[in-house]
Write a protein that binds this ligand. Structure first.
Ligand SMILES: NC(=O)C1=CN([C@@H]2O[C@H](COP(=O)(O)OP(=O)(O)OC[C@H]3O[C@@H](n4cnc5c(N)ncnc54)[C@H](O)[C@@H]3O)[C@@H](O)[C@H]2O)C=CC1
Ligand SMILES: O=C(O)C1=N[C@H](C(=O)O)C[C@H](O)C1
Length: 237
């Protein structure tokens, strides 16, 4: 498979290594110094593009891939206000795969979070909050993963209606505390606490390898696909 890497930073480089190990070819690398190379001419023989850049660049890059009819695997977080336009284009035949987190462990954690929320929901003694910790270079906050976890709680708890990036005492608000520290790859914790005890679930990434492998597996899934996909389609969760 010939892959275009859009964004050649921490994730782009990790993905390159795994893609090469799995026998793929990197046909094009786009980074901050050569964004104009992302054009139909250069995308001609590309099977799939993997995009890990930043919240401001991602959407424009997706549209350029769509113009060249190249399916996209999107890992960038913090751009989801533009999701409706991507969904529209997918309904018209473009191929797009998005995950706020590509690691197998976090996707199992998403399911565990939903199940635990359903279990805890009837018990008024317990309230829930979330903490995420990432490296100091992260641009978006809360993390994309935290937002997916928040959706999992809000959709399955009758009292929680919205998340808030602060400590909240309101029953209908889910508090998310986002911390930035050193080189932390990504840690997400959810705590259900009562006056007498607490139950905490946590996912801690030891490195970026799990994210990168998931992105390459998604890329292997995407060539010639039309429509909008996610990790549930890949992992059949
Ligand atoms: N979905 C997931 O599993 C994961 C998502 N991420 C997300 O991926 C994104 C990238 O993360 P990192 O690689 O850690 O960031 P990074 O800052 O190390 O790399 C981003 C790269 O994009 C390049 N870039 C900037 N503007 C560009 C443009 N217009 N066109 C092409 N390249 C451009 C930068 O030069 C940089 O090399 C972030 O949004 C992060 O939150 C990160 C890890 C896992
Ligand atoms: O920026 C990162 O590094 C990460 N971003 C993703 C997110 O926003 O959830 C995934 C992972 O946590 C690492």
């Amino acid at each position: 498979m010939r892959i275009a890497l859009i964004g050649y930073g921490k994730m782009g480089k990790e993905i390159e290594q795994i893609a090469l190990d799995r026998g793929h070819e990197i046909g094009l690398i786009i980074d901050q110094h050569n964004p104009k190379d992302l054009c139909a001419d250069h995308l001609q023989n590309i099977d799939v593009a993997i995009e890990f850049t930043n919240p401001d660049s991602a959407f424009g890059n997706y549209l350029k891939c769509f113009e060249a009819n190249v399916p996209v695997v999107s890992g960038t977080t913090g751009w989801l206000d533009q999701l409706p336009e991507i969904e529209k284009q997918c309904a018209e035949g473009k191929g797009f795969f998005y995950a706020s987190n590509f690691s197998l462990g976090v996707n199992l954690f998403f399911e565990l979070n939903k199940k635990l929320t359903k279990l805890m929901a009837p018990f008024k003694e317990y309230n829930v909050d979330m903490e995420e910790i990432h490296h100091i270079h992260k641009l978006d906050s809360p993390s994309g993963t935290a937002l997916t976890l928040a959706d999992g709680i809000i959709e399955n708890h009758p009292k929680k209606e919205k998340w808030i990036e602060a400590t909240s005492m309101k029953e209908d608000e889910l508090s998310i505390l986002a911390k930035r520290h050193g080189a932390v790859p990504g840690t997400h914790s959810i705590t259900w606490h009562s006056e007498v005890d607490e139950i905490m679930i946590q996912h801690q990434a030891y490195s970026r390898k799990g994210f990168a492998l998931g992105a390459v597996l998604a890329a292997e899934f995407m060539p010639k696909k039309e429509g909008f996909y996610g990790m549930k389609d890949l992992l059949q969760l």
